[in-house]
Ligand binder design. Structure first.
Ligand code: HEC
Ligand code: HEC
Ligand code: HEC
Length: 434
């Protein structure tokens, strides 16, 4: 679970000795400012900040379901309790209207609030610490330009001693490395822009990297895959398991539109990320794709027709069309043909036409998490969006045994890989988490 590290922060303190941590723990308050001093912020700067806020997914975390943008209150469940995001509108009482630029920038890059209290790393300041002065100022100008909203987030529901913010000092001592981004002079400007955004505001590693026992990201092996809200954030770069290797063009397309015909659609927490990226300057998304592509393509094959002809393809009865294949002998195969194939085989268009499943990373990945989530819940229609894919959920019609049979069939026959360990448990857990 993403927020498990809150608990382990305590261990970190023990490891380093209370005194050192306490000395480090102390941060001074920064004086309040008169909220009227920012009534006419620099509009051009604020516009740039708006785009940076999209790149940083600020609204995704700082908006409660059905709430006003940036007014906070989104519950972020952890195994130990719930952390709520805060109001970052310029309301003087309940938001950050009395925060100076200096206080805002300290919060963003060091995880310390105006009053000097440590913030939980559910706020990804371990990435935002790389943000340049110029971008941090633009973000501040943007947040001071938006409408103030009066709204206080509920208090965090964490048991003692996790509710003592001082405990976070130990974690930060070990894992927060405050430092700005330094460009690599041996690479071109586009690459450096992409790396800056991916590692900094984009905080891609917050989901796409595994975490150690103390909850900090392990980055030594690249983006080797992580967990986010019950979804698997796949490995990226040279260790990607995508059946068709990712190239720069496919990455740019997927990140900007949330879909690529050879890779499918962005679901779960990735759906919010691409919704945000679809609104930023395409050159920034292009730079991220360029940088990610430089990390390697993965071992997938580039030739889709060869993938289609691979050993896992659906057995076809002689003389039949692709749309009416024979029922395979496996229990899961019958379910696939009757329930899934009408949308996932053949040329049915969006919104109901799905990807050929042998192209999906969900079948190739080390865990069945995303496949199971998709089968249980489907892909809900999005209000307002015109041509977004829609897939019904089958949690009500298929029982756990049937879902396991189906997943085993897809995994072994379509993806041509070994069965997943722990599949039954994963199905039960995903259903329990609904
Ligand atoms: C993954 C979720 C997440 C994202 C993304 C995120 N935040 Fe936050 N942020 C939080 C949480 C949770 C807190 C509260 C932490 C706490 O209570 O210790 C927080 C706290 C803050 C605070 C401190 C506010 C206060 O009153 O103490 C500021 C300022 C802030 N975020 C700004 C931003 C900005 C700017 C962005 C985008 C660049 C952003 N956040 C993106 C989760 C997030
Ligand atoms: C009514 C049409 C429909 C049916 C029936 C359907 N799907 Fe889907 N499915 C879709 C659409 C549309 C998408 C989104 C486009 C895409 O990514 O393939 C999708 C996406 C998926 C994905 C994600 C692919 C990716 O990596 O992007 C998986 C896995 C999946 N479906 C599995 C199934 C399984 C298993 C069944 C049968 C239990 C099923 N679907 C039944 C329409 C359908
Ligand atoms: C909040 C968590 C989260 C963040 C932040 C995040 N991702 Fe993802 N990402 C996911 C999840 C979960 C999936 C799997 C979703 C799916 O397949 O529908 C995913 C899938 C992907 C994929 C598809 C991989 C494949 O083989 O199908 C790419 C590419 C990707 N993310 C790139 C990025 C980049 C680049 C960033 C940073 C700008 C990013 N992600 C930030 C959670 C996240």
């Amino acid at each position: 679970m993403k927020f498990r590290f809150v608990f382990f922060a305590l261990l970190a303190i023990g490891a380093f000795g209370g005194t050192a941590a306490l000395l480090y723990a102390w941060e001074s308050p920064i004086a309040t400012i008169d909220p009227r001093s920012h009534v006419t912020p620099d509009r051009a700067l604020a516009r740039r900040g708006a785009s940076l806020a999209l790149l940083g997914d600020c609204a995704t975390c700082h908006t409660a379901a059905g709430g006003l943008p940036y007014a906070g209150g989104l519950a972020m469940p952890t195994p130990f309790g719930t952390i709520y995001s805060t109001n970052i509108t310029p309301d003087p009482e309940t938001g950050i209207g009395r925060w100076s630029e200096q206080a805002f920038i300290r919060a963003l890059r060091s995880g310390v609030d105006r009053e000097g209290r440590h913030l939980y790393p559910a706020f990804p300041y371990d990435h935002f610490t790389r943000v340049t002065d110029g971008d941090a100022k633009a973000l501040y100008a943007f947040f001071m330009s938006i409408d103030p909203v009066k709204s206080s987030a509920p208090s965090n529901e964490l048991p003692f001693p996790l509710n003592v913010r001082l405990t976070l000092a130990g974690w930060k001592l070990l894992f927060l490395h405050p430092s700005r981004f330094v460009a690599d002079p041996s690479k071109d400007e586009k690459w450096n822009r992409g790396k800056y955004l991916v590692d900094g505001l984009g905080h891609c590693g917050a989901c796409h990297s595994p975490r150690n026992l103390l909850g900090a990201e392990i980055t030594s092996s690249g983006f080797s895959g992580g967990e986010a809200e019950g979804w698997r954030a796949y490995a990226l770069g040279g260790i990607s398991l995508a059946p068709v290797a990712w190239d720069e063009a496919a990455l740019a397309d997927y990140l900007a539109h949330g879909f690529h015909p050879q890779h499918g659609t962005a679901q779960g927490p990735m759906a919010n990320v691409v919704d945000n990226l679809s609104q930023v300057d395409p050159s920034d998304v292009g730079a991220m794709a360029y940088y990610l592509a430089s990390l390697g393509k993965g071992k997938g094959r580039n030739d889709v027709e060869k993938v289609a002809a691979g050993p896992g393809r659906l057995p076809q009865a002689a003389g039949t069309q692709a749309a009416t294949p024979a029922i395979p002998p496996e229990a899961g195969g019958a379910i696939y043909i009757t329930v899934c194939a009408s949308c996932h085989e053949g040329d049915r268009p969006v919104p109901f036409g799905g990807l050929r499943l042998d192209l999906s990373t969900a079948l190739a990945d080390a865990t069945p998490a995303n496949l199971v989530n998709l089968v249980l819940r489907g892909i809900p229609a999005t209000a307002g969006a015109s041509v977004r894919p829609i897939m019904p959920g089958f949690g009500e019609v298929l029982d756990d045994r049937q879902i396991s049979d189906l997943a085993n069939y897809l995994r072994t026959r379509l993806a041509g890989r070994q069965r997943w360990d722990g599949l039954d448990k994963a199905v039960a857990e995903a259903r329990g988490g609904q």
